[in-house]
Each structure stands twice: as C-alpha cells, then as structure tokens.
Ligand binder design. Sequence first.
Ligand SMILES: [Zn+2]
Length: 117
Amino acid sequence: MTLMHELSLLAGVVDTVLDAAQGRRVSAIGLLVGARSGVLVDALTQAWPIASAHTPLEGVTLDIETQAATVFCPHCAKEVDIDEYFALTCPVCATPTADLRKGHEFSISWVDVEANE
Ligand SMILES: [Zn+2]
C-alpha cells in the first residue's frame, strides 16, 4: 500500500491547522472522511506520524470520523445509505442512481487548541 495520497492530504491538513491555530498549541484534530472519498482510514492513521513529524503537530491526536455514503433514490424519493463497495444503485429497490449525496467528504471537523496562558 502506498501512502502518497494520504501523505499529501495530511500535508494540507498540517498547513490548514497551523494557520488556524496561529501559534497556539494544538492538542487534537478531528477529520471527517467519507466512505467514497478514496481515502483509507488505516492509511491516514499510518501516514499521520510521518506527515506531522518535525512540525508543531507532531504527536497530536488525529480523531477520524467516517461518513457513510448515501445516494438519493428517485424511486424511493429519499436518501439511502449504500455500502462503500456497492455500485450506484438503490439498495432498497435497485434503481440505478448516480446522485451521490454523502461519502465524498474529506475535511477537518474541529481542532482543539490549548488556551494561551
Ligand atoms: Zn430506491
């Protein structure tokens, strides 16, 4: 498994978080990762110590929350969860739908910073 994709995503996370923290000490970072984002949680966990090494975020906890993928089914007229490996069809009525509503997320949900004394 190559970690290149995750390393470059996490390099972006490091930049964004350091910008937001404005010199304050960061204690934890929450990420939201969609099931269809193409990002593997295991790979992120493995890549984080490498991506954060020699930065002020080294040793900071990465808290990864996953978002299930959902599609909007025009037949059922509602948003339904799909398995990450399923084709884009409604799991209830098997109507094909490419209307992916959730699952592409890769974002920073929150950042815990310690108050400056
Ligand atoms: Zn349906």
